[in-house]
Design a protein around this ligand. Structure first.
Ligand code: PHE
Length: 467
């Protein structure tokens, strides 16, 4: 009665798609800034320990739930006999929905910068911050605001590309795109790495990233690394459950989880080794920053001073574009898989409608600095209610609350409801014994959930930014 579920066409296709989901803006623009702030090498060691002890077990649990149930994230929990855990899937799908709504707009900005570096680098260099704000319909010097048409158009193109790939299906669209996009991403990373490390003065930055400076590490550094790991590995968002559900029974889940986490971490590290040394060599140590302001405006100074800057600028934003596209695809797929299976919607109209709704919701985000009138109706996003909702509140809701809660739900589900022995049976369906059974059971029952509870409580108590 049920239609046949989609499946990945090949092992490498799945790995690249899952790694494509994980490798995103988080790795390339959030990680380097956080690593810089958290004491370079010291932060890197903490991050590696977190990925190993918490990231991999949670990733393995999510993939196992999906493959065991062969269903979308919400129905998976019920299919495995514990419908009481459905809320975990709901949380995941809702978070994916919210994150997509702004992720596609940031993806649009990235696309704008690919075009910008290709056609008008001088304009970007002469006023980097102004160029960025112009996308949001805002002039920081004069205070003038307008409808951010450019930003909206580029976001629409970005979303349309995502939508097109998803409509093509799991194997024909997502897998195919990732098979081209991910290798391209690696090639670009290596070119940029060589460029950055051969700049005079880059050695200082490299040293900073390799030698641990423990004096910069505080409790909040560890919390922030934990939050970064979840976001970066695309955990707690229904995605790995959905991607796992398209896996064949003969795939080795444990190995796949380790490879995906390894690739994601490798990209974050390489990005750190590109950005921090390049910024040290051009802007000086204080130039390293985080977030959109850094990724879009401060980096202009780096490309301006770097020989061949325009070319490397285009390459860098192309890299971000691939990373953002493959992540956005996975976000939308989690939501589409649910809508098609639960409500019986057809894939194409479901994808188009959902993409449109998420895009429009996110448009409010792009407008968050703007105020303008359309046919006499005055829209004031800058001073209105929309700014706090889409800025801090959404980030708090998703990164600091819903993602950890959803990841906690999958640990508790595997550790205490479905039980590790059933997960291990699913993991061993490929016929090979899972050698780290004991360690896995311990991590998923105790260490991972306790650490996640600490992040949730601490983020309320301290107001630390964990994204
Ligand atoms: N993991 C992606 C990143 O590092 C972001 C992402 C979040 C992707 C949620 C999918 C889902 O940027």
């Amino acid at each position: 009665m049920e239609p046949k579920r989609a499946q990945w066409g090949s092992k490498i296709g799945f790995i690249l798609a899952a790694a494509g989901s994980a490798v995103g803006l988080g790795n390339i623009w959030k990680f380097p800034g956080k690593a810089y702030e958290g004491g370079g090498g010291a932060y890197i060691l903490i991050y590696l320990a977190i990925v190993l002890l918490i990231g991999i077990p949670v990733m393995l649990s999510e993939l196992t739930i999906g493959r065991g149930a062969q269903a979308n994230a919400i129905d998976s929990y019920g299919k495995l006999g514990h419908p009481g855990y459905k809320w975990v899937g709901w949380f995941g799908v809702i978070v994916a929905f919210i994150i997509t709504s702004y992720y596609c707009h940031v993806g649009g900005w990235v696309l704008r910068y690919v075009a910008g570096y290709a056609t008008e680098p001088a304009k970007i260099y002469s006023d980097p911050l102004g160029y960025f704000y112009a996308l949001l319909g805002y002039n920081a010097t004069t205070g003038e605001t307008w409808f951010p048409l450019t930003g909206i158009i580029f976001a629409a193109i970005f979303m349309a590309i995502t939508c097109f790939i998803i409509v093509k299906g799991v194997e024909g669209g997502i897998e195919r795109f990732n098979k081209i996009g991910m290798p391209a991403l690696f090639v670009i990373l290596i070119i940029l790495l060589i460029r950055s490390l051969t700049m005079p003065g880059a050695g200082e930055g490299l040293k900073y990233m390799l030698v641990p400076d423990w004096s910069k590490v505080t409790f909040s550094t560890v919390l922030s690394a934990l939050g970064q790991a979840f976001f970066s590995l695309s955990l707690g968002m229904a995605i790995m459950v959905t991607y796992g559900s398209y896996l064949k029974k003969e795939e080795n889940l444990a190995k796949n989880a380790a490879i995906i986490c390894g690739m994601d971490t490798l990209v974050a590290l390489i990005a750190g080794f590109i950005i921090v040394p390049a910024v040290f060599a051009t802007l000086g140590a204080e130039g390293v920053g985080k977030g959109a302001g850094f990724a879009f405006s401060s980096l202009a100074g780096v490309f301006q001073q770097m020989p061949g800057g325009q070319f490397f600028g285009i390459l860098f934003y192309l890299l971000l574009l691939f990373a953002a596209l493959t992540s956005c695809i996975s976000l939308v797929e989690g939501v589409v898989a649910f809508a098609t299976e639960r409500f019986g919607w057809k894939r194409t109209p479901a994808t188009i409608i959902l993409c449109l709704v998420m895009f429009l919701l996110g448009a409010v985000y792009t407008c968050s600095q703007a105020a303008f009138d359309i046919k006499g109706i005055w829209f004031d996003f800058k001073n209105g209610l929309t700014t706090p909702i889409f800025g801090d509140f959404m980030e708090f809701l998703t990164d600091r609350l819903m993602i950890p809660v959803c990841a906690l739900g999958s640990c508790l589900f595997v550790g205490w409801a479905w039980k590790p022995q059933n997960a291990i049976r699913e993991i061993e369906l490929d016929g090979k014994p899972f050698r780290l059974k004991k360690a896995y059971s311990f991590l998923v029952k105790y260490l991972a959930p306790i650490s996640i509870i600490i992040i949730i409580v601490a983020s309320f108590a301290t107001g630390t930014t964990l994204s």
